[in-house]
Ligand binder design. Structure first.
Ligand code: AMP
Ligand code: MG
Length: 322
């Protein structure tokens, strides 16, 4: 009898052990959207789902890329009119709202300026001031009109979704993962992080805010579940010329990189799209106006790092700090 009991215990433990799902994290990664992208899932059975979610990045790149001649956005920018692209209309519709509430600090028609500055080229340089003045003439989100999925660009305007697309795509990847049964995961698209649920043991994810210009060092550690954490910073894409640092966040009123005392703005919000729009908008607005804007928006919090590495928080943001 005792032997039978021991056998049964060993058998049941072995059987359960064999069936147990591993909650060891598995990460799949790629280079897409001009950055390092990855999905981490906490269940080995979801590796394939994670890979399919990651593949969505290239699908969306074909819709939203400003530079790929095959993309839907490229077609819109070069013809000035496009109808029936539901997702392009959707992201533009959503982004226009943030252009409005930030009074044009976020302006998706910065495209001619982004092309002039060309931060992704191998050897970027400061554009000619006359070219910047010319480019500025078409920059205004008022030039974008959207009626029933028909998008029209007036006055030669063109669109750059670089400030908002990663957030939109991260949300779409989250929806795909959740629809396919994933309960715990982290999506990373460069500086955009989106956490699904909490970790399998119920604890929060620890997300570090990078110390600007100190790769690998962390300025602040946040604890979040079911939130997105998105950072816009001057250290992410920049070049130096004659001792001056030029970075990729453009002030749509001057055509030049924003000059304020900010190094980075991190937004925490359940929607990665909201966080992405607001991170760029608040960066352009600066510390005071950025915080004032966030304090009018539900469930969006900001952490601002200034050039002297001081950290400032919008109302409620400290709840995430470890
Ligand atoms: P992010 O890293 O989300 O702040 O987005 C920065 C990217 O958005 C840049 O690389 C440009 O492509 C684009 N961009 C730069 N300045 C602006 C702006 N003021 N409004 C909208 N998009 C911008
Ligand atoms: Mg952004």
């Amino acid at each position: 009898m005792k032997k039978l009991l021991i056998f049964l215990i060993v058998f049941i433990s072995f059987f359960l052990g064999g069936c147990r799902t591993s909650s060891e994290p598995i990460t799949v990664s790629d280079f897409a959207l001009d950055t390092y992208v990855s999905v981490t899932v906490y269940d080995a059975r979801h590796e394939d789902t994670a890979r399919k979610a990651l593949d969505l990045c290239s699908d969306y790149e074909l819709l939203f890329s400003m530079t790929n001649p095959q993309s839907t956005l490229y077609e819109l920018n070069h013809s000035g009119f496009l109808k029936d692209s539901v997702e392009l209309s959707d992201i533009i519709y959503g982004a226009l709202e943030y252009c409005r509430i930030s009074h044009g600090a976020l302006d998706i028609t910065v495209s001619p300026l982004s092309s002039l500055w060309d931060f992704t080229s191998a050897a970027p340089s400061v554009p000619d001031n006359n070219d910047i003045t010319d480019a500025l003439k078409t920059v205004s989100y008022d030039n974008v009109s959207l009626i029933d999925n028909a998008i029209t660009l007036q006055n030669g305007a063109s669109i750059d979704l670089g400030a908002v697309a990663k957030g939109y795509i991260a949300d779409a990847m989250r929806d795909y993962l959740v629809e396919n049964g994933v309960k715990s995961a982290i999506i990373r698209l460069g500086g955009n992080i989106l956490c699904i649920g909490s970790k399998p043991d119920g604890s929060d994810y620890a997300i570090g805010i990078e110390k600007p210009f100190y790769a690998g060092e962390v300025s602040e550690c946040l604890l979040v579940s079911d939130y997105s954490v998105v950072t816009s910073g001057i250290y992410q894409r920049y070049f130096e010329e004659n001792g001056i640092l030029y970075h990729h966040i453009i002030d749509p009123s001057t055509g030049y990189p924003v000059e304020n005392n900010l190094y980075s703005v991190t937004i925490v919000s359940p929607s990665s799209f909201t966080a992405d729009c607001l991170s760029t908008a608040c960066f352009v607005l600066g510390l005071e106006e950025g915080i004032a804007l966030l304090d009018t928006i539900d469930n969006a919090y900001g952490i601002f790092i200034t050039s002297d590495y001081e950290i400032y928080y919008s109302e409620g943001a400290k709840q995430f700090v470890k």
